[in-house]
Design a protein around this ligand. Sequence first.
Ligand code: 5GP
Length: 194
Amino acid sequence: MSHLKEKILQDGVVLNESVLKVDSFLNHQIDPIVLKEIGKEFLEYFKEKEITKVMTIEASGIAPAILVATKLEVPMLFAKKSEPSTLENEDQYATNVHSYTKNVTSRVLVSKKYLSPDDKVLIIDDFLANGEAALGLINLVEQAGAEVAGVGICVEKSFQPGHQKLVDKGIDIFSIVRIASLENNEITFIEETE
Ligand code: 5GP
């Protein structure tokens, strides 16, 4: 069993039947062993894809994304959820993303300087629920005329629509852990053989 799955079973908290809290090892405090394993799993799956950039959205995607980028030896770019004064005068790609956990819609942006049509971009995020964050990032990559090499997710809640939306777009998606249900305060996984 993967270390991430073990940690989820041991320390994950089912907040309700649609939200899993993993603050003690992934979203607030970060466990370096879990993070190392995440980097290794993504590298194994995506290493042949000639990736030139890893991309995520602030804040909780940054830790897993930087691990993968370090292993692939390519830059990591994170979309910002608000516009800092330092980006005010720069051309930007922007789109709206509705946050699953905060229930607010933000304009997320990246400077046009850091995405080019030659890029093959690997998108990484901590969770996949409705697919808003991943689709928003895909939209930014497409605006730049770059290619989405794939989407890597640490924890996919497979009972929510994000996975299917990405499959329908023809995206190569790899999730380290897939959760089938959080019903009755219990975490049920989709087993690897399925
Ligand atoms: P989506 O955009 O796919 O609807 O939701 C993914 C984003 O919402 C992730 O970036 C993640 O931060 C947050 N998220 C969605 N579901 C959960 C969850 O069950 N637990 C936690 N901790 N974050 C979640």
